[in-house]
Design a protein. Structure first.
Length: 311
């Protein structure tokens, strides 16, 4: 069996992939362009990919291909109709990053809520050295306890965030963009209610016809001026120009994002110009990527290959 990794760098160099060597010949490419893929997959039995487009143009030359494994949950990059026509199976992985994304949600929140950048710089610039009193009140912060936390997308990650928010003393409400029936344990509300009532709004939904551009100018206008907005779902759920204007105009207090419409970030992204860390923090799509989550992900895929080939 020949296993070809087409964009291994998206997993990181620090993850042990030696378990794959026991399955057969393994070839790893850090990155592959669409033009490079046809030659690289010609004699592959298994492809391990993340963002590579899989379609007739890229894998039409792969005469031995039997299985495509996606190192992610989303599979928008797969032409499933073509794969089915060719009799090529595919697998994705769900649930591997729940703890990682949940943890990062709170990391973004605490950075904004407790003005961590300001206080860190206050001490590191030695303003605290020999200051007049033992504490410092220039920037205010509030407790999560007693606040309303609105969640868009109460799936596995959304529910885990809800559970922890509840442990902090927040009242949790949620909105289902797809109109799924109410889930036990948390209060389902309509979109306008979630926006107007929430002190914190976090997005944990997939990108689909219900969520694309959901957070737009009209949505931000309905939020509290003191609200913090967090997007841990997908970038295009947010209209970035509208978010930029909402932050600049004080329609909401702050935003924390781990996903953008275009990744890596484009120089034309309107959010580039917001340098105030009290208003905005953006991390480079890393919420999913704890060492444990990436290790778990690659172990699951080894299991999928073994199961498929009955090894």
């Amino acid at each position: 069996m020949k296993i070809v990794f087409l964009d291994a760098k998206t997993i990181g160099d620090d993850i042990d992939l030696s378990a794959y060597d026991a399955l057969g010949e393994v070839v790893k490419y850090g990155f592959s362009t669409s033009e490079e893929v046809p030659e690289r997959v010609k004699d592959a039995d298994v492809l391990v990919i993340n963002k590579i487009e899989i379609n007739e143009q890229t894998i039409g030359t792969a005469k031995n291909l039997k299985l495509v494994c996606v190192t992610a949950t989303g599979t928008n990059n797969l032409d499933k109709e073509y794969l089915e026509k060719r009799g090529i199976a595919w697998r994705n992985v769900a649930g591997y990053s729940t703890e990682s994304v949940t943890q990062h949600t709170f990391a973004l929140l605490f950075y904004l809520l407790e003005k961590m950048r300001y206080y860190d710089e206050y001490v590191k610039t030695e303003k605290y050295v020999n200051d007049t009193i033992f504490t410092h009140f220039a920037e205010h912060f509030n407790e999560i306890s007693g606040k309303t936390w609105g969640i868009i997308g109460l799936g596995t990650i959304g529910r885990r965030v809800a559970d922890i928010a509840k442990a902090f003393g927040a009242h949790v409400i949620y909105y289902s963009a797809s109109g799924r029936s109410a889930q036990e344990g948390y209060e389902q509300v309509d979109f306008d209610t979630l926006l107007s009532k929430s002190d914190i709004v976090s997005v944990h939904a997939p990108l689909n016809e219900y969520t694309k551009d959901l957070m737009n100018k009209e949505a931000f206008a309905k939020m509290k001026k003191t609200a913090i907005f967090l997007n841990l779902g997908r970038g295009p759920i947010v209209v970035e120009q509208d978010l930029c204007e909402a932050l600049e105009n004080g329609e909401i207090a702050a935003a924390g994002l781990d996903v953008l419409c275009e990744e890596p970030m484009s120089e034309t992204n309107p959010l580039v110009k917001i340098k105030d860390s009290r208003k905005l923090i953006i991390t480079p799509h890393i919420a999913w990527a704890s060492v444990e989550a990436r290790t778990r992900l690659m172990q699951i895929i080894v299991g999928q290959i073994k199961e498929f080939f009955a090894l």
